[in-house]
Design a protein around this ligand. Structure first.
Ligand code: AMP
Ligand code: ZN
Length: 492
């Protein structure tokens, strides 16, 4: 598997620090408002990276933070006359709802900056002790030039940065030794949340948060660090400086950055006001359409949001869903026909079946060759994803498989073959976090009827059927509890 590393500006073979395990950190949102679909892009693409790594057999420890102390949160709290905590908790809860809707799995850990202040103070202290940081009147700065490798991620030259950053000299931070130095700790202003520290009552700078949370939950060295490309400089460059100077080790092996989600070819952002919240989009579209839209482009290509592209995404997803429900229909037809035949021993269809399906697989020779053809799609899918998570090509492979199923399979085919095609489309889509199966919601009356049938089956010692019904219900998220008063059930 090859992944593009911003650090080397090329695709590299993916080799983990520890065999079979991936430690992955993704910079999360600052929570002061509903997230917009630009923020959703890294959530969806890196959730897909995680799912694919798991599909490859890796155990992934996935950490993504919530930045819950920040100027924008404080401003919003003051505007509403509530505490910063109230704002951040509200928008963390809203963000989690959006993530769930988009089928973005919760991280292994979602640390919050305000819960990790002790770790931040400890790391800043180490940097001060090692001479990488200094305190001026309660503000602690990182001594950027002391880190020889500063600029290695953004491929920037320190002197160019200096001339480009002259404006920093006039921002009131003129106590800095060098305009390139950045803040690790700042004293509180009136009405701001603060914590005691050896330097001042204050709060941490943004960059130190991620260095600390990544170290605490994943260790000093991690495999993948990811986020949107606007974070390369200065956020990730500064994280590298802090972590590597503190720990004396390379921080992250692979740096992955998604390109922007644009609107009219400009970055969608809160400050430009050209954004749609995830919530607004979900009023119009199925969340799976949004996910499909995001994955229809490679994560390093800019993606322009438009109603036309969302319509195309909807059609694309429908094409897959239709193929899946058609296969289900074909299987149901086959099952019904079989049931009808079983009452007529030696009937025409019965003979045909036994002649054709005397192989262990239950398939004819022609079907076995179709099956072999189908296996190729799985390999092609993996090939696309192995090439720096090329979801656009991976989706194209699913389309090929759909076309293959639509043009080759009919109700005359064996259940086994139809099931393989069905499972293949569903499972490849599932690796991308795309839900393409129609979830048939069982009505209460259907559940009761199945439970009654299960009781009768048990009485008749037909335990296989009883188990089958239990499993069928479990698949629909319904669990059964055998009690003295009878069978009780509940939905998950
Ligand atoms: P923020 O809350 O602004 O720190 O953003 C959270 C995440 O969303 C970061 O990884 C950003 O890089 C990413 N992000 C913000 N806007 C966009 C956009 N328009 N396109 C892609 N990623 C974005
Ligand atoms: Zn970060």
């Amino acid at each position: 598997m090859r992944v593009y590393n911003t650090l080397s500006k090329r695709k590299e073979e993916f080799v983990t620090l520890e065999p079979g395990k991936v430690k992955m950190y993704v910079c999360g949102p600052t929570v002061y408002n509903l997230i917009h679909i630009g923020n959703a892009r890294p959530m969806i693409v890196f959730d897909t990276v995680r799912r694919y790594l798991e599909h490859k057999g890796y155990e992934v420890n996935y950490v993504s933070n919530f930045t819950d102390v920040d100027d924008k949160i404080i401003a919003k709290a003051n505007e509403e006359g509530v505490s910063s905590q109230e704002i951040s908790e509200r928008y963390i809860a809203e963000c989690q709802k959006d993530m769930e809707a988009m089928n973005v799995r919760p991280a292994t850990t979602h640390p919050r900056a305000t819960q990790e202040i002790d770790g931040m103070i400890a790391m800043i202290q180490t940097l001060v002790d090692k001479g990488y940081a200094y305190d001026v009147d309660g503000t602690v700065y990182f001594r950027t030039r002391k880190f020889q490798e500063y600029g290695k991620l953004s491929h920037k030259n320190l002197d160019d940065l200096r001339s480009g950053n002259r404006s920093l000299l006039v921002t009131g931070e003129d106590q800095k030794e060098d305009p390139l130095d950045f803040v690790l700790w700042k004293p509180k202003k009136e009405g701001e949340p603060s914590w005691p520290s050896p330097w001042s009552d204050g709060r941490p700078g943004w960059h130190i948060e991620c260095s600390v949370m990544s170290k605490k939950y994943l260790g000093e060295q991690i495999d993948i660090h990811a986020g949107g490309e606007d974070l390369i400089f200065p956020h990730h460059e500064n994280e590298i400086a802090q972590s590597e100077c503190c720990n004396g080790k390379e921080f992250a092996k692979y740096w992955l950055h998604n390109a922007f989600l644009n609107i009219d070819n400009r970055k969608m952002s809160k400050s430009l006001g050209n954004f749609f919240t995830v919530r607004e989009i979900l009023e119009k579209y199925d969340p799976q359409v949004l996910r499909f839209f995001m994955l229809s482009a490679h994560y390093r290509s800019p993606l322009n949001f438009s109603a036309d592209l969302m319509e195309a995404a909807k059609n694309g997803l429908d094409r897959i869903r239709n193929a899946v429900s058609n296969l289900k229909y074909l299987m149901d037809c086959g099952a019904a026909a079989k049931k009808a035949d079983s009452g007529v021993p030696g009937g025409a269809a019965g003979e045909q079946n036994s002649a054709a399906q005397d192989r262990a697989s239950g398939m004819t020779a022609a079907e076995e060759s179709l099956l072999a053809g189908m296996k190729g799609y799985e390999e092609k899918f993996d090939e696309a994803m192995d090439d720096d998570f090329n979801t656009a090509d991976a989706i194209a492979v699913i389309f090929e498989l759909v076309k293959f199923a639509n043009s080759n399979l009919t109700s005359e085919n064996s259940q086994a073959l139809l099931q393989v095609a069905y499972d293949e489309i569903v499972s490849l889509s599932d690796i991308l976090g795309l839900i393409v199966e129609e979830k048939e919601e069982l009505l209460d009356a259907d559940i009761e009827a199945l439970i009654a049938e299960r009781q009768a089956a048990r009485k008749a010692k037909n335990f296989a059927r009883a188990d089958e019904i239990r499993n069928l219900l479990a698949k629909q998220g319904i669990s059964l509890l055998d009690t003295r008063e009878g069978v009780k059930w509940k939905r998950a």
